[in-house]
Design a protein around this ligand. Structure first.
Ligand code: ADP
Length: 417
């Protein structure tokens, strides 16, 4: 963005580093990347912010992992601690090599459809959107404010979880709810995990040796939160999460799709408050609500031991997944690849196998041998000659945030050192 000749007596430095910050309500995860080769210089996290025993784990690419427990009062203190760790490795945020901060921001509302350099107006608009993501957005905003205070001269870029889904047609994003009421309250499908869906769908096209514009892909992001998306020629045309991340697939603790009248019923007949129902559906439902565990490894272990509740939870999870694969096959018309990603999608061969079982008529199948090979690189797990490729592509949201940030502000950013 700012390229200028070095002044006399100074040396020109090309700023190629991006510090990616993912600020949650009580944690900050960070990665420092060098965008010349997309390498990681350091990664880490501060968790239990605000508690007496906060924990900081810092791993430089060239050096020992460091861990300490001490009180970190707030996000400002957390970022100062991160800055201190980076300084110890000669990677301080005061370095002229740092080009920008890239912030994960959960909700971009209807307005933010691209990565955006944050100024006062942008910050005010993100604040206006807080009611759409009251648990996440305040922490995202604090992260941006804190980073800006530390390096006011550097661009702070917001990369929105919702942005990739902004290309959905209105027939997919509009709910069949009274238009005036919906519009008055910004009620519509936004979708989340967009950074992951963008990265994974692009990598899947690479795996097929094609340009993203040539392929139609169903992406299944199965982590603790889970979402599916239909991506046609590199553009999202539908996704399973909605106004909030509650809609769609069965997740670790979220119900995903239910009849909305369940909420009225629980309020009227069960006497539950809106907040109690919110907590029930977001924190005490999904796999946890069904069997008491949200970790797929533990659920598989229990199934092997003959546990009926774990079996049923798994079957409900798979049933929902299969419904979305079918629905998005219909939405896309032609599917070139079904792609699994995130903690469950990348690691749980049984989930992949069960999700596509019986879909041979749609051309979707896995090869048992390939599917069970453990690997951390993008790979095909379908049999040779399949009409639809089934792939596993490890997601990398931090790299994608850094890539989008650098594309916006970083190219040949040269400063005087
Ligand atoms: P988050 O949504 O928190 O970013 P991740 O994408 O890291 O989550 O996924 C976390 C989930 O991945 C865990 O809750 C667990 O269910 C699942 N998982 C991780 N490793 C494995 C594994 N080896 N086998 C099955 N499931 C796994």
């Amino acid at each position: 963005m700012t390229a200028h000749a070095p002044s006399e007596g100074t040396q020109a430095v090309t700023a190629t580093r991006v510090l990616v910050l993912n600020s949650g309500s009580s944690s900050v995860k960070y990665q420092l990347l060098d965008m010349r080769d997309s390498s990681r210089l350091a990664t880490g996290l501060v968790e239990r912010i605000g508690e007496r025993a906060s924990r900081l784990v810092h791993t430089p690419a060239h050096g020992e992992r460091r861990e300490r427990t001490e009180q970190v009062a707030d996000h400002a203190a957390a970022l100062k601690a991160v800055a201190e760790e980076l300084r110890q490795d000669g990677l301080g945020i005061e370095s002229p090599e740092l080009a920008a901060f890239g912030h994960r921001v959960v909700h971009g509302g209807p307005k933010f459809t691209e990565p955006t350099v944050v100024d006062d107006d942008v910050l005010a608009e993100i604040e206006r959107l807080v009611p759409l993501a009251p648990l996440h957005s305040p922490a995202n905003i604090t992260g941006i404010r804190t980073a800006r205070a530390l390096r006011p001269d550097l661009p702070q870029v917001a990369v929105f979880d919702t942005a990739f889904h902004a290309t959905m047609p209105e027939s997919a994003y509009r709910y069949a709810v009274d238009v005036r009421t919906a519009d008055a309250y910004d009620v519509r499908r936004y979708g989340f995990h967009g950074t992951s869906h963008a990265y994974v769908s692009r990598r899947a096209a690479e795996l097929l040796g094609k340009d993203p514009s040539e392929v139609n892909v169903i992406v299944l992001h199965l982590g603790n939160g889970a979402s599916a998306s239909a991506v046609a020629g590199g553009r999202c045309v539908d996704t399973s999460m909605g106004l909030t991340p509650l809609e769609g697939l069965v997740m670790g603790t979220r119900s995903g799709d239910i009849d909305p009248a369940v909420i009225f019923h629980l309020a009227r007949v069960g006497g539950m408050s809106v907040d109690e129902i919110d907590e029930l559906l977001n924190k005490r439902s999904g796999l946890t609500g069904l069997c008491g565990d949200n970790d797929m490894r533990e659920i598989r272990r229990r199934i092997d031991a003959g546990d009926a509740a774990a079996r049923l939870a798994f079957d409900i999870y798979i049933h929902r997944l299969k419904k979305y694969i079918g629905a998005y096959t219909a939405v896309l018309g032609r599917v070139d690849a079904v792609v699994f990603t995130a903690g469950v999608g990348e690691n749980a061969a049984e989930v992949r196998e069960a999700a596509v079982a019986g879909l041979d008529t749609l051309g979707i199948a896995v090869d048992a041998g390939r599917n069970t090979v453990r690997s951390d690189v993008p790979r095909l797990v379908s049999p040779d000659g399949s009409r639809v490729a089934v792939a596993v592509v490890p997601t990398d949201e931090e790299l994608e945030i850094a890539r989008q940030t650098f594309a916006l502000v970083g190219e040949d950013r040269t400063v005087d050192a």
